[in-house]
Design a protein around this ligand. Sequence first.
Ligand code: C2O
Length: 650
Amino acid sequence: PGVAQYEWHLTVAQAAPDCFLRDVITVNRQFQPTIDVTQGDFLQVNVFNDLPATYPQTSTGVSIHWHGLSQKGFEWQDGTGYASQCPIPPGQNFTYLFQVNEPAGTYLWHDHSSQLRADGLQGALIVHAVGGQAAEAWTYDEEQTLLLSDWFHGEGNAMGMTLERPFDLTKATAESGHWRWVSLPQAVTINGHGNFLDCALIGGLGNVNGTALSETACKVTDYTVPPGRSTQLPWAQPSNPGCTHANVTVEAGKTYRLRLISAVSLVYLTVCFEGHNVTLITADASPIDPISFGPCVDLNSGQRYDVLLTANAAPGNYWISAQPQYRMGTPSGFAVLNYKGVGAALPTSAPSQPGSVKPWSLSQINSIHSAAALLNPGASIASAPQPQPRISPDNYIFTSNAPNLQVPAKTRTVGFNQTQPLIATGQIRWALNNVAHDTVPPCTPTLLDVYNNPNYVEQFAVPANAIRNLTAPGQQVGASQQPDIYLGGVNFPDQPTTGLNILSVDLGEVVEIVLQNSPASAFNGDYRGAATAASRTGQEQHPFHLHGHHFWVLATGNGTWDPNSSPASYNLVNPVYRDTYSLLANGWAVIRFEANNPGVWLYHCHIQWHMFIGSNLYVVEGAEHISKPPDNYPACPAICTYEDAPYTTP
Ligand code: C2O
């Protein structure tokens, strides 16, 4: 096998991706660069953390995660701060080296130690088929990548984190000290370009649920310039040369594979190609039955879809829009689909209203795009527009693997209830089964702890504490055949435990995870609402990502998962096989994966700050089979808060 080699120097630069000048993180002075590697080759990335120690002000370093790559046999290379490694401190470097034994397809890379994704430290990771395009299962002429980000005018860490580390809960207050909510992004960028000044345009676009978005809504700058930072000046005019839309240039008659990547920190996006239909061919790098919903496709944070688009419209310029569906008030992002030979320019007409572009209503989006249609992708083949990809049913990953889904003897079901409780200080956390993953940096990464002691997880007061047969408040662990899930909804205890949240699984198990979404404590429609019992009516959707695996999404549903009736709806024949799925607002989802990959794998909400405040779980898998750490493993920061802090029960 070959080796794709990269040497990365991370530095801070000033840039204005959305026309607003701020400090961003660059890689070799480039913003959000792409990694290309061929299937089966090694990828070597030597990451130099050349960021000044004062930037970001609250970070102790960086680590790079390769989102969607299972890292089988390379569990030390997963790039998760405090799980697989300690972060690379400022002034030091770490060389990632692993073989890319994954299906060819579309992935992404991003920082996974703090909130630096939001400062630009992320990009596309493309795994090319051996033999290149000719060896792909679909016919197309060219390919392009569209990387979607949401963009804030504040720094990721400063916005969402305490201003000091280690964390001191005693200093916490709801809005200032320990943690505060980041509010809405100021822009959505496509390939690093957006325009937060498109407010007039946004105002026309953003009429959602009867509320028109105002110009002020898209100019929110709820952020104070940190001391020592450059003064941030808006670039006043879109005519500024740094301020432009991305062009996606196509040639009339050609078919393009567009790799759509949602690298957002927060918002759920609907991406629309005006005047064109797109056909989805892969979900998170897995082939799917080709399906088209017309011009649009939804992506949640961390998800990817590859689509085919044929340039068969009248040559001209067409809007590509990326419209938020949750977190309303976030301005949409725009790019231009430009036909070669026609001067690149903004289309003369305003972008279509969402209602006229999208064939579905807001309430249907989750069920259509996130899972339901993809659970039964065969249904729509007949109506899929040309070109028909040349792919036979035998190529479907989910078909060939379907027998694995029917091994109930080895299947273990665990359930998690995601809640948004308040900790003792009155602050908001996200919790899985009432355990909020702790935010304090430990002194050793968990993978190293487990490697040094395969029985590591047993030291916790509740071994594998996630697996609790909670069927009523206060009920304790039992050996029930019923899935381990607590379905108490709003009655769930308010004060969660904080600590390491661990699910321990054995190699060879098929693990089924039922994930229930429960009403939030504090979300009452505005994200700063008072957390009163009366306000606990709100829900939001969450993109859940599992490291180390792809999984089958068996079902999603509205309301409360029911052990008696819900399993009847599971698709055990041809479910989509992916690495990031949507937990519906006011709903549930069920996934299965094969425990075949020793390591410590995160399972978390991919909304950056949800993960940070607790929506995170470590799957400790095949603990006794973890391989030897690499020689150049980074040392942990001198300032760490605990050594093997025991987990305590509520
Ligand atoms: Cu892309 Cu753990 O994340």
